[in-house]
Design a protein around this ligand. Sequence first.
Ligand code: GLN
Length: 428
Amino acid sequence: MAGSLDFTPDDRCNAFITTCREAPFSDGALAGVAVAVKDNISTAGIQTTCGSRILEGYIPPYDAHVVELLRKEGAAIVGKTNMDEFGMGTTTETSAFGPTRNPADPSRVPGGSSGGSAAAVAAGLVPMALGTDTGGSIRCPAAFCGIVGLKPTYGRVSRYGLIAYANSLEQIGPMARTVEDVSRLMSAIARYDPRDSTMLDKPYDHRPSADIAGLRVGVPEEYFGEGVDPRVAETVRNAIGVLEDLGATTVPVSIPGMRYALAAYYVICTSEASSNLARFDGVRYGPAVDTRKSWHEAYQDLRLELFGPEVRRRIMLGTFALSAGYAGRYYAKAQVARRNIRQDFERAFREVDIIAGPTMPTVAFRLGEKTDPLSMYLSDILTVPANLAGIPAISVPCGRVDGLPVGLQLMGREFEDERVVDAAYAYE
Ligand code: GLN
């Protein structure tokens, strides 16, 4: 039965950029479930900004594949959530629409870049939300806000209609308060779509099982090293102890290629971004350019005015990394480092079924605390490896430090999203 859901959120955290007051829904597996969608996922008829002024007022003419599926399953899309501009950030503070606050402590950031989705779920405004994860953007805000978030295997969820930041790294994924709901939302969105040529036809259709007897859990030393708050490390070690109590065995493993993970990630993501964002030229999208100026002047002025500083920084970095004479030095080397990390994971997964560690090295930062971009980039160290390797990774709440949520991260073999979901479900 089709109906309409009158959704008026008490959005004290600034989780939404746009809300839909009368969100229609129909019959299906998610009939009448209110779902929030990150604002880089195209929704026909609903403004989609990517957290950027350059797309303010842009109304996509079509739905992303995942949105088509949500509508088909009867979900009510109640709004579009705040995010770091084009997904570039770890705090949601680079949004052109003001930062989102963390419902667990409004003086803190919710993490990013899917901070609005995480905050909307954590504040109880919606039971489920979609995020995207290029280098941690689902798992980081899930950890900081104390909810569950899954980055699926690369190629399991269609990216058709996702406004690209770094195509080779990013996936759309589910966020919710429970593992069961994450799994339900994943079952709705992980369906084959020929419009995304990087997809494999491996639909996810799974009910979580808490039986993890005999599961071999790898614990990489690199996930508990320098830069990781010792109290966060201890909280996560205790959580891994719970998995042992449930019948899992733990095995020390190593991902030596992690030394180069951040450098490789930032070369690759900025390179892809510099190319993807070239289309925002004031002709095809965004406010029209001033035609009295020369093309170069008009293009430059518009992009200087409408892109924020983090986006401009990354376009410049990526353009440099790809430029003649430097591409071999940076982009090609980053691809080698990426392959090494992938191989490290493959080797580890010959001995274990799951790899466990913290999602983030610390708890949520204070608003305004990360002023230096490099120190912000460093906080992605534990999440980017899964994107470089293309493997599934989930963050599940596992305790608190200073009253703030800590996330346990569980990574699995390619296309074994079900197994990471089961391990998280058993823990929860
Ligand atoms: N913080 C990382 C970045 O800024 C991850 C972002 C993401 O996953 N979209 O690139």
